[in-house]
Design a binder for this molecule. Structure first.
Ligand code: PEP
Ligand code: MN
Length: 374
């Protein structure tokens, strides 16, 4: 793909990471002006972001202010000189953004997950020379992400970048969305000239963790960051836990160590470091999966206790050992390594179930003592 390098997107490009900042959602004209004023200064971002139409997971949440927010954003552009970026999820959104003079659009994770919607947006972009950011889909499917990028590219857009915002977990995890760094790394391997921006706000879901993920993105040679900034995060109408104040944003930018000083570096990539980051990410997932397994084990223990069933169910254990070992062998893992690992997991399950059932028994005895006393 002949994708234009980020440093050539705009004629007044300054070196360093490409930064997009602004509130999760446009809430009022005053709020946008306050954030824009707060961001103005040495660490000014290249793009000012605000969601106008908000895709919410559950109905009943704040859905965004709609097209009237575009007029407020025009004021931000005219008074502060920022280029703007807005999320578009349909052809109608694209048309409204273009009419309002929005400089770039981003396609959100939920929209990228649906090829029909991406097609619709790509058609609306045909013949328009505007930069487009494509977030990763909600599920960790690199082909779906690439497919969305290809659809936009085929509509004639050459200024395209990918935004890594993490992947939806099934259970609660340390970060709001699982980073799975191996996926953006794989994306860059498959489209090696794609600019890659990290969105630490949506990955972490927690303003206190935004810095560590931003730094990690820089260590992985990502090209920039998209960070949510609000002057009163606590009262934000969406994503109130993850937005930074303008001062916190500026502090983060000062602390950030950028390994690659300019985009025109010879593309040096430290392979070992990159592989280590992949290992970190996979290990992190292994630990979280073990914690999820133990949480289910606790529920099983409660159930066994209530039904007076013994902890060790030999048939079930033999079935686990056999099916998991077969699966592991089919993936090229060593038989004895797999069996040892499964035995450790099983022992820990037995220990944890026995402990929980003993506790329940003690509690039951304790409460019957009390009732006798009463
Ligand atoms: C956003 O950037 O505010 C947003 C809704 O992002 P995502 O599509 O990554 O959830
Ligand atoms: Mn948000």
């Amino acid at each position: 793909m002949e994708i234009v390098p980020l440093c050539e997107w705009f004629d007044d490009f300054s070196s360093g990471p490409f930064v997009i900042a602004g509130p999760c959602s446009a809430e009022s004209e005053e709020q946008l002006i306050n954030v824009a004023a707060g961001l103005k200064g040495k660490q000014s971002p290249q793009l000012f972001r605000a969601g106008i139409w908000k895709p919410r997971t559950r109905p009943g949440s704040f859905n965004g202010v709609g097209a009237k927010g575009l007029d407020w954003l025009s004021r931000v552009k005219n008074e502060f000189g920022y280029r703007l970026t807005v999320e578009a999820a349909s052809a109608i959104h694209v048309e409204a953004c273009l009419k309002a003079g929005v400089d770039t659009i981003w396609i959100g994770a939920r929209t990228v997950s649906n090829p029909f919607s991406v097609d619709e947006i790509a058609q609306a972009l045909r013949g328009v020379d505007i930069p487009v950011f494509v977030k990763n889909p909600l599920n960790p499917d690199v082909d779906l992400w690439i497919g969305a990028i290809e659809r936009v590219y085929q509509a004639g857009i050459k200024r395209i970048a990918a935004i890594h915002r993490g992947f939806s977990p099934f259970e609660k995890t340390y970060y709001r969305n699982m980073p799975k760094w191996e996926i953006p790394i794989e994306l860059r391997r498959r489209i090696n000239n794609i600019p890659l921006i990290c969105d630490p706000s949506h990955i972490t879901g927690d303003s206190s963790l935004v810095y560590e993920v931003s730094q990690k993105a820089m260590d992985l040679n990502m090209d920039g960051l998209m960070i949510e900034v609000h002057t009163d995060p606590e009262h934000a109408l969406s994503d109130c836990n993850q937005q930074l104040t303008p001062d916190q944003f500026s502090e983060l930018m000062h602390k950030l160590i950028v390994r690659k000083p300019a985009f025109d570096d010879p593309g040096f990539i430290n392979d070992l470091e990159e592989l280590r980051h992949q290992i970190d990410s996979v290990d992190h997932q292994i630990v979280e999966l073990m914690a999820q397994r133990l949480a289910i084990i606790d529920r099983i223990a409660e159930y066994k206790y209530l039904n007076n069933v013994s902890v060790l169910q030999m048939e079930r254990w033999l079935e686990i050992l056999q099916t998991r070992t077969e699966h592991a062998i089919s993936l090229g893992l060593d038989t004895s390594f797999t069996e040892q690992l499964l035995k450790h997991l099983h022992q820990e399950s037995i220990r944890s179930q026995t402990k929980l059932m003993q506790e329940r028994k003690k509690q039951a005895n304790g409460s019957s003592d009390i009732s006798v006393g009463d």
